[in-house]
Design a protein around this ligand. Structure first.
Ligand SMILES: NC(=O)C1=CN([C@@H]2O[C@H](COP(=O)(O)OP(=O)(O)OC[C@H]3O[C@@H](n4cnc5c(N)ncnc54)[C@H](O)[C@@H]3O)[C@@H](O)[C@H]2O)C=CC1
Ligand SMILES: O=C(O)C(=O)COP(=O)(O)O
Length: 399
């Protein structure tokens, strides 16, 4: 297949292998995130793009890419993409909602144990030749209270793993959630006041920016530790820095930052660098061989199915049409504004051309309608022009 697929940010080779196995040969790989003119240039003739958490597909970038048909986020978070703009431009966005959740949960448990035992400080001192053999301020995790903010796929797994090392678990989530194990819901301020370990597992974006504000950090116990493997903007980093430097917090482990380097060549800058009671990791919560290989396969499958058959099942911003094997001569993917009469007008165009519809699937989501129509005859360019020029049409393709 001729569709051009650009994969940024070192997406696992399983993606390319999978795409090639399905007949996609025009694949370009870039081992880092791109931005600005460089990003637009790299994607100007792409039909599909694969990104991870670092590439910002803003409204401006999306408007500059009229050819782009679909986006694959080879990760969980989709806050780096302007999802509404993508939908209104007729671009479905896919992600991998589960594949790296276990990897994050395991890292968080490891960090909780290391922080409660003051290992980051002991490690730093040992490297400097200091033999600091002391139990002061070092605690077991057993019996301690873990407070999980955001009890979704990752938060709930963290809770289960924490109970297996003897922690008590409470969580805060604005949605009603089934508590797993012995976890119990708790109001946010109460959780912050009581927990020995606080861990964040909320989505990024405007609704969670500075969720952990200076006021909320001030509620935490001076001995408590904070873990953030969600998104950098969720914590007020200056307030956290001040709390750590003022000994108003026991320690922290951060995997995500308000600003992250786009490649290994850029320096990582953070006010927390140099603090011995802070673990800093380079956004590797989901970076395990297992997770990345699975994500590569899963998201490339979703891109391939959309490009070859119009399937939008599990898209995060788009009406979902289930996978139907394309066994007909022509399939038309028609994205349009969700308003009365569009299908009637479309079908009148098919009838005028003497075409019989074999199958038709319509789904809508908010302002967007998406119709997949199968006909058992070739489609003339003139008909495609009329379908694409239909008054409510956003875009249409033949697959
Ligand atoms: N560090 C890393 O490498 C990775 C980071 N992540 C981040 O972790 C986030 C969470 O992932 P999942 O658990 O899979 O997502 P999820 O969607 O299953 O769970 C998120 C939970 O947060 C809750 N939530 C939303 N707003 C909230 C608020 N203001 N306060 C408390 N809870 C709130 C939601 O109701 C939901 O239950 C992702 O969105 C991504 O940003 C995900 C994977 C890897
Ligand atoms: O899955 C996510 O949301 C992550 O944060 C992982 O991002 P990454 O693929 O490592 O850039």
């Amino acid at each position: 297949m001729n569709d051009k697929i650009v994969l940024l940010e070192k997406i696992h080779p399983s993606a390319v292998e999978n795409l090639q196995a399905q007949g996609f040969t025009n694949i370009v790989q870039v081992p880092r995130a791109l931005a600005g003119a460089e990003l637009i240039d790299a994607l100007s003739d792409a039909d599909a793009v694969g990104i991870r958490s670092n590439t910002q597909l803003t409204a401006d970038v999306l408007h500059a890419l009229p050819r782009l048909r679909t986006i694959g986020c080879f990760c969980i978070g989709t806050n780096q993409v302007d999802l509404n703009t993508a939908a209104t431009l007729g671009i479905p966005v896919f992600n991998a909602p589960y594949s790296n959740t276990r990897s994050v949960a395991e890292l968080v448990i490891a960090q909780a144990i290391l922080l409660l035992r003051r290992i980051p400080e002991k490690n730093a001192r040992s490297h400097r030749g200091v033999w600091d053999k002391s139990a002061t301020g070092a605690f077991e995790t057993r019996g301690k209270l873990l407070g999980i903010i955001g009890y979704g796929n990752i938060g709930a797994q963290v809770g289960i793993l924490a109970e297996s090392v003897g922690m008590r678990v409470c969580y805060y989530d604005p949605e009603s959630k089934l508590p797993l194990g012995n976890a119990r819901p708790m109001p946010l301020d109460e959780l912050l006041r009581q927990a020995d370990v606080v861990t964040l597992h909320v989505p990024g974006g405007a609704s969670t920016t500075n969720l952990l504000s200076a006021e909320r950090i001030a509620l935490m116990r001076p001995s408590a530790v904070l873990i953030n493997a969600s998104r950098g903007g969720v914590v007020d980093i200056d307030a956290l820095n001040a709390a750590l430097r003022g000994n108003r917090l026991g320690g922290a482990a951060l995997d995500v930052y308000p600003v992250e380097p786009r490649s290994e060549k850029e320096e990582f800058v953070s006010p927390l660098r140099g603090l011995e009671n802070v673990i800093l990791t380079p956004h590797i919560g989901g970076s395990t061989e297992e997770a990345q290989e699975n994500i590569g396969r899963e998201v490339s499958d979703k891109l391939a199915r959309y490009l070859s058959a119009g399937t939008t099942r599990s898209a995060v911003n788009f009406p979902e049409v289930a996978h139907q094997q394309k066994e007909v001569v022509s399939r038309i993917l028609h994205v349009h504004r969700n308003e009365p009469g569009v299908i009637a007008r479309m079908n009148a165009l098919f009838a005028e051309s003497g075409l019989n519809i074999v199958a038709q699937h319509l789904q809508t989501r908010g302002p967007i309608g998406y119709a997949v129509t199968d006909v058992d005859a070739p489609i003339e360019q003139s008909l495609m022009k009329k379908l694409c020029g239909e008054s409510a049409a956003i875009r249409c393709h033949l697959v």
